[in-house]
Design a protein around this ligand. Structure first.
Ligand SMILES: CCCCCCCCCCCC(=O)CC(=O)SCCNC(=O)CCNC(=O)[C@H](O)C(C)(C)COP(=O)(O)OP(=O)(O)OC[C@H]1O[C@@H](n2cnc3c(N)ncnc32)[C@H](O)[C@@H]1OP(=O)(O)O
Ligand SMILES: NC(=O)C1=CN([C@@H]2O[C@H](COP(=O)(O)OP(=O)(O)OC[C@H]3O[C@@H](n4cnc5c(N)ncnc54)[C@H](O)[C@@H]3O)[C@@H](O)[C@H]2O)C=CC1
Length: 721
């Protein structure tokens, strides 16, 4: 059925015009909607039979904000003229300054431009549990439609800057306490109450309040300046590299110092500059890329329904198993946690308890919810409880034979509908399921550490995994607040495979004589939270050593063999886990670079002997970024070429959520396309001529560079999914 898009107006016998936005699924403000709103407001203002106006949204959702597709259109074309001039024309002139009272009837959500329209009304009536917020900073822009000016005037400056800088939405209940919402009524009474409220204003029984003109919640100039000073500190802390966080404070300040109308004008000017920034391009791409991961051909479009998953068994209560169990429990899923002996089982349970208590102490979970979650956990040492589980997630150590035996056993003890998932980070799923007859229900559920906090869930399908099983796991992933990305089966899957050259390149640079702490600092300045050496410390160097040969078996032609990890372990440094790696880890203090590790690096340099003429190479910071991240792009090209992901943007999301690649750069492929495949190809070619085949450009990269095509443009026939 075609979507019904438009704005309607119904004028009742009471003289109230109800203007309704209709643009499913979230009533976003697409150009025809804005044009429709202007037309209806003009009409309502002119008609003699209209005394008051109610603005609402269709299908239980007021409005999800400006249509983000328009931003994407601006990014593709560079053409700002598609952005409507609404802040003054519609929101100030036609709405707020209208002589007829205007009431917003809010239900479901009022976000971004949606809340801004509501704030331009003279009162707001809401149904319970509506979501209210200005999340524009997450898209690299600032609130438009006067949002930067009206929110501080309705909820106070401190609360408004907090909501805007953190893109934090509030419920309508909280909105009522703050003064953003004037009345909270059951959904069935929303329209009748709003109509009555509008007439009450018209008849002088209720005040005719124009938000932009209010000053009662702003406080004195010196109070406002003190709040804005704190906001600047917050912005510096949470988003040092994001221009929109800093710009929005300037815009708010303009309104405080020179008045709301002046603030609205500055808001539009700054908005225009920001919407074209690389940050906005990256973040808008990430918005759509994340939503695209929900669409898996032949799975989500196959007419299947996810089956209920009520009870899950997790095998292995180590680092990953305990995190996975925590994530499931927090979403009210019963968990059976299996270990090999009472001591390890107790350790696993204690870790789960610690994870949950940690959330309580950080104010992220109530004591009640924590108690409920823990009551759903049962520790076991055998398979008795497995007879009625809907899914098993195996998270034992990375050992092929052990995993094969476990899956063989699972086939016997679990019901036939039960999904058999492995959290393996490297092993081929076909190998894991080799000894079973259940290959259609074997799937990879690759969580990232710490599993209860990291949002990526890589769902690995083999050629035998059934669409129903993939759909079920996607549904569980969403239920436990993860972003599931379905990928194909290969060593390292999509994320670890794409990023294995990250550490390798860093080792090569260190062996070429570049200071490892400088490498880490350059990479963190680029925007990754941890440089490659600190990341290695965090993961533990034992893991790196264990998976190295597995990668070497399949990708050996393009690997740099560095003795550094082995030497490091030999010197008693396993990373954070034992307090020493490249850095020194002490409780309660930040990791400190350990100068004594330099003798280990020297030993490695002697063994590799790759410094030209025995002297350290001289590189700029830009060259360090390129030498570390272009090989990652190169591997991403192979992942795309082999069809390991459905679409390039899936790899962007996986890199952002799994590797913390900066979201404002749009993900690894998007970033590479912004730089240009030709430049990357040429740089890698130069590097490979100087430093060897580790940097050799892939066929896919070469082809795209030669043809002038973006990396993100896939040939669909290549997908193996
Ligand atoms: C010349 C310059 C002049 C300057 C003057 C300014 C002019 C313009 C100013 C613009 C003013 C603004 O204030 C800017 C904004 O309003 S920006 C938008 C702010 N809103 C948001 O950020 C909300 C984004 N959406 C969400 O958070 C969620 O989608 C939510 C909570 C609304 C619903 O979540 P749910 O989980 O239920 O669904 P999905 O997220 O899967 O979304 C379903 C579907 O809807 C699409 N969607 C959602 N929101 C928007 C939107 N705002 N625009 C377009 N499309 C949207 C989403 O992509 C999904 O689509 P499909 O994947 O199903 O195709
Ligand atoms: N550590 C990491 O960052 C990540 C690890 N993985 C994968 O997750 C899996 C588990 O890794 P970790 O949790 O780090 O290992 P871990 O060593 O912390 O935990 C493994 C646990 O499995 C238990 N175990 C072994 N055999 C068992 C059996 N037969 N029945 C029940 N329990 C058994 C062990 O006693 C141990 O407690 C591995 O496959 C690993 O590759 C995946 C993503 C990230």
């Amino acid at each position: 059925m075609a979507k019904k898009i438009g704005v309607t107006m119904d004028v009742g016998n009471d003289g109230v015009a109800v203007i309704t936005i209709s643009n499913p699924p979230v009533n976003s403000l697409a150009s025809p909607i804005i044009a429709g709103l202007k037309e209806k407001f003009r009409d309502a203002n002119q008609r003699n039979d209209v005394r008051a106006i109610v603005l609402t949204g269709n299908n239980g959702r007021f409005c999800g904000g400006f249509d983000i597709n328009v931003f994407q259109q601006v990014h593709k074309t560079g053409d700002l003229s598609v952005m409507p001039e609404v802040s003054v024309d519609l929101v100030c002139n036609l709405m707020e300054d209208s002589r007829k009272p205007l009431v917003a009837a809010v239900e479901g959500l009022a976000l971004g431009g949606g809340l801004e329209l509501a704030m331009a009304c003279h009162a707001r009536v809401s149904a319970p549990k509506a979501q209210l917020g200005l999340p524009e900073l997450t898209l690299g822009v600032i609130p438009g439609f006067g949002g930067t000016q009206r929110l501080p005037r309705l909820v106070g400056l401190a609360k408004a800057t907090d909501m805007i800088l953190l893109s934090k939405s509030i419920s309508s209940e909280e909105g009522q306490k703050l003064g953003l919402i004037d009345a909270l009524v059951p959904p069935g009474e929303l329209l009748s109450t709003s109509r009555k409220w509008a007439l009450d204003i018209a008849d002088g029984r209720k005040p005719f309040l124009r938000s932009l003109h209010r000053t009662d919640k702003i406080g004195s100039l010196s109070e406002a300046r003190a709040i804005l000073k704190n906001s600047r500190q917050l912005a510096k802390k949470i988003a040092p590299k994001m221009p929109q966080h800093h710009a929005v404070i300037e815009v708010i300040e303009e309104g405080i110092v020179h008045g709301g109308y002046s603030g609205v004008l500055k808001e539009a000017e700054v908005f225009r500059q920001l919407v074209l920034s690389d940050t906005a391009k990256g973040l808008v791409h990430v918005f759509f890329a994340q939503r695209a991961t929900s669409k898996v051909p032949n799975v989500t479009d196959a007419g299947l329904k996810p089956r209920p998953i009520k009870k899950v068994a997790v095998i292995g209560g180590g680092l990953m198993g305990s995190g996975i169990a925590t994530a499931l429990l927090l979403s009210n899923i019963r968990v059976v946690l299996k270990e090999i002996n009472p001591e390890y089982l107790m350790k696993g349970i204690k870790t789960v308890e610690g994870n949950i208590k940690g959330l309580v102490s950080r104010g992220k979970l109530t004591q009640d919810k924590a108690g409920k979650a823990l009551s759903l956990l049962k520790g076991v040492l055998d398979y008795t409880e497995f007879k009625d589980v809907d899914m098993v997630i195996e998270a034992v150590i990375e050992n092929i034979q052990l995993k094969q035996n476990i899956f063989k056993e699972l086939e016997k003890v679990c019901p036939p509908h039960c999904i058999l998932a492995s959290n393996t980070s490297t092993i081929d799923l076909n190998v894991i399921g080799e000894k079973t007859n259940s290959k259609d229900r074997i799937v990879g559920a690759h969580f990232f550490s710490p599993a209860h906090l990291m949002t990526l869930l890589e769902i690995v399908r083999s050629e035998n995994t059934s669409p129903q099983v993939i759909l079920d796991l996607m549904a569980v992933g969403k239920a436990i607040k993860k972003v599931p990305v379905v990928v194909g089966n290969c060593i390292g899957f999509a994320v670890n495979r794409t990023f294995f050259p990250y550490t390798q390149a860093a080792h090569m640079l260190a062996n070429l004589g570049v200071d490892l702490f400088r490498i880490d600092s350059v990479i963190t300045s680029f925007g990754l939270p941890l440089g490659p050496f600190q990341l290695g410390d965090l993961a533990g160097h034992g893991i790196g050593l264990a998976v190295g040969p597995i990668y070497a078996k399949v990708y050996g032609d393009r690997m740099f063999r560095s003795p550094l990890t082995e030497l490091l372990l030999k010197s008693g440094r396993n990373g954070k886990i034992n307090g020493r790696g490249y850095y020194i880890y002490e409780k309660g203090s930040k990791p400190k670079p350990d100068p004594s590790v330099l003798s280990v690096v020297e030993e490695s340099r002697k063994l590799t002997n790759i410094m030209p003429g025995g002297k350290p190479i001289s590189v700029t910071d830009k060259e360090i970024v390129e030498m570390i991240l272009f090989p990652v792009v190169n591997e991403a090209c192979r992942v795309l070429d082999e069809g390991v992901v459905i679409r390039a943007s899936d790899l962007d999301i996986a890199s952002v959520l799994g590797m913390s690649f900066p979201s404002y750069r749009g993900g690894i492929v998007f970033w590479a396309d912004m730089i240009g495949p030709k430049y990357i190809y040429e740089r890698l070619k130069e590097m490979s001529e100087t430093y060897g085949s580790f940097f050799k450009p892939s066929r896919y990269l070469e082809e795209r560079a030669t043809k002038g095509m973006p990396l993100s443009e896939l040939k669909s026939s290549r997908s193996r999914l």
